[in-house]
Design a protein around this ligand. Sequence first.
Ligand code: THU
Length: 200
Amino acid sequence: MNATSNPSSDHQIFDSLRLELRRGCLIVAVLAQLRVEHYGYTLRKALAEQGLAIEESTLYPLLRRLEKAARAAAKAAYAPYSKFFVGAAVLSGSGRIYSGCNVENASYGLCQCAERTALFTAVASGERSIRAVAIFTPTAEASGPCGACRQALSEFGPEALVISTCNSSRRLESTVAALLPASFGLRNLRKARGAKRRRR
Ligand code: THU
């Protein structure tokens, strides 16, 4: 074998490496674009319903951050009984992100879901509306929010986007309104109060 290098074949190797690298970057860029487009439809519809004038170029990175916050929050989950670890993060009306995890208790009925931990943290910080919620479970399937959490989320973000992710590429994208049709809310109480007043 020849120990001295051949400059022309070295150049060829570098050229082909450079080409491969460029091809790799192109594939990554195309995949990223596909992911954004996949995000796009539900998102655009939800945004239109919320009447939100937020640029997609601002929102997409924000939603990625929201997903990351939910994933990070799952690490703090206290779930010694179910061993079902959940992290959640809400994007508030002010654009801030609040996260939370599930917190279980030996008195099982006191178990608190991750979505409500994140939501209540936002509300306790003065927020009164949410635009989106991300949920993460370190499982193979993505999980939607439970019924109680759908109701709690509906109070502050009836049109909010719901994104569930997990350890695989499976994900759920929906809205609170779609997950909780014919929901019960403040307007029902107002209607009942109005009817009572009319009866008097
Ligand atoms: N859990 C959540 O954190 N969010 C949901 O939407 C569903 C369930 C938690 C509660 C409990 O700690 C564990 O998952 C098993 O139900």
